[in-house]
Design a protein around this ligand. Structure first.
Ligand code: PEP
Length: 248
C-alpha cells in the first residue's frame, strides 16, 4: 500500500513574513493528518521552514541541488548540505530547470546519485511538452527521461517520480484523470524494467495545475499516489483542501 504524498513546490516565491503566515495556517490545519506532506521552499527560506515545521507532520525539501557534495561550484548547494540542515526531499529535473537552465538527463542522473548518496529522497520530474504530446511522442519522451535519469543508479528505494506534463504546469490546463492515469500506468510499467527500482512501491505523483477542485478525481486513479503542487501550494486554503482530498 503506497501512502499518498502531497508536495508543495513554492518555486521562487515568498518572504520571511509570507512563509511564516503560510506555515502558521498549514501546521494547525486538522486536514494535514492523513497523507504524507512536504513543502519545498527556496534555499534561503529552508532554515526558517525547517524550524517552523519541526513539531509538525510536514517534512521539508529543496527544489534542486548540485551534482557534487562540495568544492569550487559557485552558487551551487550540495545535497549533503541540505541533508545536514534537516531536509528530507529534493525535487530534481523539474521542467523549469530543464527549460531555463538547460539541464540534461545526464545532469539529472548525476544529481539523483549525489542526492541519494547524501540520504535525500529524490522527487524526479518527467513530462512532455504540448508539441510532443500532439505528435504522439509523450510516452517515448517520458520513458527516455526515466531511462536517462535512472538506469544504472544504485539504491533507488526512496525514489519518487512526478509526472508533470509541461503543458499543464502553471497554465491552468490539467491532464484529465484518464490521461494522467494512462501515463502513470505506463511509467510504472517502465520502472518495472529498470534494475533496482521497486516499481510497485514507488510513489508516482501527478503535477500540473492541481487544485482543490480537481485533486480528488486525480487521487482516485490507481497509479496516482499524490501530487506535486505549484501555484496552489502558495495558498493555504487551497493546499489544505488538496491535502484533504488525499486524506479522504
Ligand atoms: C510545478 O511546477 O511543479 C507545478 C506542478 O506547478 P503548477 O501546480 O502551478 O502547475
Amino acid at each position: 500500500m503506497r501512502q499518498l504524498l502531497v508536495v508543495g513546490n513554492w518555486k521562487m516565491n515568498g518572504s520571511r513574513a509570507s512563509v511564516a503566515a503560510l506555515l502558521e495556517s498549514l501546521v494547525s490545519a486538522p486536514a494535514m493528518a492523513g497523507p504524507e506532506i512536504a513543502v519545498c521552499p527556496t534555499y534561503v527560506h529552508l532554515p526558517q521552514v525547517l524550524s517552523l515545521c519541526a513539531e509538525s507532520a510536514i517534512s521539508v525539501g529543496a527544489q534542486d541541488c548540485s551534482h557534487m557534495q562540495s568544492g569550487a561550484y559557485t552558487g551551487e548547494v550540495a545535497p549533503a548540505m541540505l541533508a545536514d540542515l534537516g531536509c528530507r526531499w529534493v525535487i530534481l529535473g523539474h521542467s523549469e530547470r530543464r527549460q531555463y537552465h538547460g539541464e540534461s538527463d545526464a545532469l539529472v542522473a548525476a544529481k539523483i546519485a549525489a542526492a541519494v548518496e547524501a540520504g535525500l529522497q529524490p522527487i524526479v520530474c518527467v513530462g512532455e511538452t504540448r508539441e510532443q504530446r500532439e505528435a504522439g511522442e509523450a510516452e517515448h519522451v517520458v520513458s527516455a527521461q526515466l531511462d536517462g535519469a535512472l538506469r544504472g543508479q544504485v539504491n533507488l528505494d526512496s525514489l519518487v517520480v512526478a509526472y508533470e506534463p509541461v503543458w499543464a504546469i502553471g497554465t491552468g490546463l490539467t491532464a484529465t484523470p484518464r490521461q494522467a492515469q494512462d501515463m502513470h500506468e505506463c511509467i510504472r510499467g517502465y520502472l518495472d524494467g529498470i534494475e533496482g527500482v521497486a516499481a510497485g512501491a514507488t510513489r508516482l505523483l501527478y503535477g500540473g495545475s492541481v487544485k482543490a477542485d480537481n485533486a480528488a478525481e486525480l487521487f482516485a486513479q490507481p497509479d496516482i499516489d499524490g501530487a506535486l503542487v505549484g501555484g496552489a501550494a502558495l495558498k493555504a486554503a487551497e493546499f489544505i483542501a488538496i491535502v484533504g482530498a488525499a486524506a479522504a
